[in-house]
Structure formats: C-alpha cells, structure tokens
Ligand binder design. Structure first.
Ligand SMILES: NC(=O)c1ccc[n+]([C@@H]2O[C@H](COP(=O)([O-])OP(=O)(O)OC[C@H]3O[C@@H](n4cnc5c(N)ncnc54)[C@H](OP(=O)(O)O)[C@@H]3O)[C@@H](O)[C@H]2O)c1
Length: 491
C-alpha cells in the first residue's frame, strides 16, 4: 500500500455534504487533502485542514491544475444532467488525472444505475461517466450509492417526522432501500482510494439494513418513542417543491430518478452487505444506530404542520442546527405551495414572529454589508465580498426595479465592480413584513431607502429566502424583486 506521507488526495465537492464527509475522513487519517471549490467563497465550507483549490471541472486547464501534484482523487458530479456538459467534465477529469499520473480515482455515481439503459439522463450521464473513467487508463473504482440517510435530516422531512409522525419521501412504500449515511459513504470511499487491488472494481454500496418505507418508519418509531407512519410522496409534487430551491432543470433531473423508481417495479436500491464489507474492509453502521445518534428534535426545530400539510404535503421547516440539512445533499421534499400567514397567539404565531425577526435581521445585515462595500468602507478583499456573495443561493435571481432580470453571477459581478463607487451611500430598511412562510421557503416584503446616491433610489422589495441553518439568521436569498418607490423619505 502507498505510504500515507506520499498520498495527496483531491476531493471534488469537498465543500459539499458528500465530498465534505470524504475529506474529513481522509484528514482524520492524516492524508493531505486538496478541496476543489469553484470560487474563493467556498473556502469557509471546506473541512478544517483541507487545502482550498479554486477550479471548475468545466475548464480543462483549471482541472489539470487542480489534479497536478495529487496522487488520489475522489470525484462526484454536481447536480447537472445535460449529457454534453457532464461528458465534458468527465473528459477534463480523465485528462487531468492521466496528466497527474493519478494512482487511484474513486468515482461516486451519486445514485444506483438500473441494469438496462433507461431514457433518464440522471442515470445515463452517470453510466457514461463511469464507463469513460474505467476505460480512460486512470486506475478507477466506481462506487454506486443508493439513497442517503442524510436526506432525512432536512427540516422538511424531519419536521413532520417528529411533530406529526409522518415520514414523507418520494419513494414507493414497497421499495426496499439500503439507506446509506454520508459517514459510511466516506468510509467506503476512503477504503476504495487506499486499499490495494481494487482498480477496475464497480461496487453497489449501501447501508447494512435494507428496508421498505414502512420498515424505515418503524425504525423511527422504535427510536423516537412515538408512532411514525410512512407516506410516499408523489414525485411530481417533490419536483415542484425542489424547483423552488434549485430551479427547474435540477428539479426535473433529480425527480426523474424517483419517478423511474415509482413507475418501474425493478428493485434498484438493495445491497449485498457482505460484498461491501469484505471488498472494502469496513463495518457499516446499522440503521437504528444511525437514527439513535441524530438529534431529531433539533433537526425538526419548531417545525409544525397544519391541515394543509397533511393534504398537500407541505411541512413547515425550521432553522435546525444540522450541517447535513444545510449541505448539498439534503434535497428532500420541498413544499409546492405557499400559504399566507395570519395572526394569532398560537404556536404558529410564535413561529411567524420568529420567521419575521429572522427575515428582518437578514435583510438589515445584508444591506449593511452592501452599504460598507458600495461606500468603500469595507476593503476590497475576497473575504469581505464573500460576506455578500455567500448570502445568495446558486440559483439566485434578481428582477431589478428597471425591469432587468439578472442571474446570481451577474449581480455579484455588478456589486463587485461597484466597490467604493458611492462613498456617501446610506441604506435604511423599513417596514419588513413576512408575506408567507412554508416549509423551507419564506417570503418577505420591505422598503429600502437610500440616501447619498444623488438620485431617487428608494424601492419596495419582495425577497424569497430558503432556510439554511449554516447561514446568518438561518436564511439564504433565492430571489429578489424590486420596484421603484419615488416617495420622499419621511424620517
Ligand atoms: N443518492 C442520493 O440520495 C443523493 C442525494 C443528493 C445528491 N445526490 C447526487 O450526488 C451528486 C452531487 O450532488 P450534490 O447535491 O452534492 O451536488 P452539488 O451541490 O450540485 O455539487 C456538489 C459539489 O460539487 C461542486 N461543484 C459543482 N459544480 C462544479 C464544477 N463545475 N467544478 C467543480 N466543482 C463543482 C460544488 O461546489 P460548490 O461548493 O462550489 O458549489 C459542490 O461542493 C449529484 O449527482 C446528485 O444527483 C444523490
């Protein structure tokens, strides 16, 4: 076996939930870990001790630079399912790995692959990627995980599970699944990276317990001490909810795999436990032990479901303290409909007050950051700018007051370039109202009054937030719509 001293591991997605777990385990074993991030702002999300390396897999030269000097790599593909784009990422990875003389590459397909070819891009792009990497000349191991247990930690799954005794997931009740934890994925990946004689292996990995929906719910019943039932969510409803958070193409790609499982009776998510443990020399974590070790009340937060939730599958999410729930893989069932909030002295009213306070605090905080940046009081450094950039989700969009429509990249580029251009600017936020809150989504309206800009720049705004326990005030910005408000400030 290669000595630890000479191993230098590149981890793709090290700032995300799956790659993060792999990177942490490699670091704990004393390996050098280079964490691939797409921009400097990803630095804060890397596990401590990982070397940040900014590169995009879509750029062949950047990919080569990222792999240069590494000996091993853990690779997964982001939630992108366009065949040509995925194929170009894979080509860049293979070329870069060959150029670096990589000794071992472990490719995590992110999902199981049905035996026969399907018309589902989310499966077929990964099948093609695995074939290309195995045939590339790079010593490759392919790991094919089932569904991740960590998906259940998302507040919109954990909330109804804890408060209503309903485990909602877009898988048919009858489907047996060897749910896998990120920790076990990481153990499997590290073994696949470092064990001798595995190059060329393709392995279906999974947790040790293969359970149907009701059996999974029964395991929760036993651990939580109250009855939990299983409810199969309609993949169409799941997709509609996911689209709010990640946009249509990603939602369609993810939901297509759940739809395939719902439509086709072929069991996809089982596991040969002995084959996994013997091939990789690891011990998998029993399902009940994994459930018992999680803080379910904390993950569920103050989430409560009303009658609409039982009917329509909406579940109030909560600001929970879980990195997993915040991470890239907790893509559970997001509510498809938004309900207006009302008044009252109920626990729901307390939730609304807390949500309003969080929205207000985040809106004020971000505008303070913006004011410091535009005025030039903040230095023009990556770190300062990251405080603004990080607040915006990858799919963030802005409808500007002049009718413009901007992507996150366009907004960030504009703001970055505007550093120090308005020295006298002062921004005040007024009349923040919570318009709606449902599941992981919140919508707030507010007024933004600007002075010192030499023009009437006041506006009414409506912002859509996604809950993220790791973000300031538990919120990240998904969309912002602004309208000019020409009135003169009164105070
Ligand atoms: N089986 C399951 O239960 C399950 C659950 C969730 C996901 N998945 C699958 O797992 C895979 C990853 O999902 P995810 O949710 O972790 O995806 P993701 O959030 O889209 O991306 C994962 C990581 O890849 C990085 N990345 C994205 N585009 C990149 C690029 N062009 N170059 C370099 N790095 C890039 C991201 O970096 P940044 O940090 O810079 O954004 C992020 O850290 C997908 O195939 C998905 O379908 C499976």
């Amino acid at each position: 076996m290669t000595s630890i001293e000479r191993q230098r591991h590149l981890v793709v997605g090290a700032a995300g939930a799956q790659g993060g777990a792999v990177a942490r385990r490699l670091l704990a074993r004393g390996h050098h870990v280079r964490g691939l991030i797409r921009s400097a702002e990803g630095r804060d999300r890397l596990p401590e001790g990982a070397e940040p390396f900014v590169a995009d897999l879509g750029d062949p030269e950047q990919a080569k630079a990222a792999f240069a000097g590494t000996t091993h790599a853990s690779v997964l593909l982001p939630m992108i399912y366009e065949p040509e784009r995925v194929a170009s990422y894979v080509r860049n990875v293979a070329d870069a790995a060959l150029a670096a003389g990589l000794r071992r590459l472990v490719f995590n397909t992110g999902n199981r692959l049905p035996e026969a070819v399907t018309g589902v891009a989310a499966f077929e792009t990964r099948r093609a990627a695995a074939t290309a990497l195995l045939g590339s000349g790079v010593p490759t191991v392919v790991l094919r995980p089932p569904i991740y247990l960590d998906n259940l930690c998302a507040p919109w799954v954990a909330g109804p599970l804890v408060h209503d005794g309903v485990l909602r997931y877009p898988l048919p009740a009858r489907s047996p699944v060897a749910w896998l934890s990120h920790d076990d994925l990481a153990a499997a990946t590290v073994a696949a990276l470092t064990r001798d004689g595995l190059a060329g292996t393709v392995l279906d990995i999974g947790g040790p317990d293969e359970v149907t929906g009701p059996e999974l719910a029964a395991a929760f019943t036993a651990e939580l001490g109250h009855r939990v039932g299983y409810a199969a969510q309609d993949p169409a409803e799941f997709e509609a909810g996911l689209a709010h958070a990640f946009g249509g193409p990603v939602a369609a790609g993810v939901a297509s795999t759940y739809r395939w499982v719902a439509d086709v009776a072929e069991p996809l998510y089982g596991v040969d436990r002995r084959a996994v443990e013997e091939t990789l020399g690891i011990r998998l974590t029993p399902l009940r032990a994994w459930i018992a070790a999680r803080p379910w009340r904390l993950l569920a937060g103050t989430a409560r479901t009303g009658p609409h939730a039982a009917a329509g599958g909406t579940a109030r999410g909560a600001v929970a303290g879980s990195v997993h729930a915040a991470g890239g893989t907790a893509r559970g069932a997001v509510a498809g409909s938004v309900h207006r909030t009302g008044a009252g002295g109920s626990p729901e009213a307390a939730d609304r007050a807390a949500d309003r306070a969080a929205c207000r605090a985040e809106i004020v905080r971000l505008h303070e950051v913006l004011e410091r940046w535009l005025s030039g009081r903040a230095p023009r450094t990556d770190e300062e700018f990251a405080a603004f950039a990080r607040a915006h989700l990858p799919g963030f969009t802005l409808s500007g007051p002049d009718g413009s429509s901007l992507t996150r990249d366009q907004v960030l580029a504009w703001v970055e370039a505007a550093h120090g251009r308005t020295p006298g600017i002062g921004i005040r936020i007024r009349e923040v109202e919570l318009v709606a809150a449902d599941g992981p989504l919140l919508m707030a309206a507010y007024q933004e009054w600007q002075r010192g800009t030499g023009a009437d720049r006041n506006r009414r705004a409506t912002a859509v937030f996604l809950r993220d326990p790791a973000a300031p005030h538990g919120l990240r910005w998904r969309h912002l719509h602004e309208t000019w408000m020409p009135e003169t400030p009164t105070g």
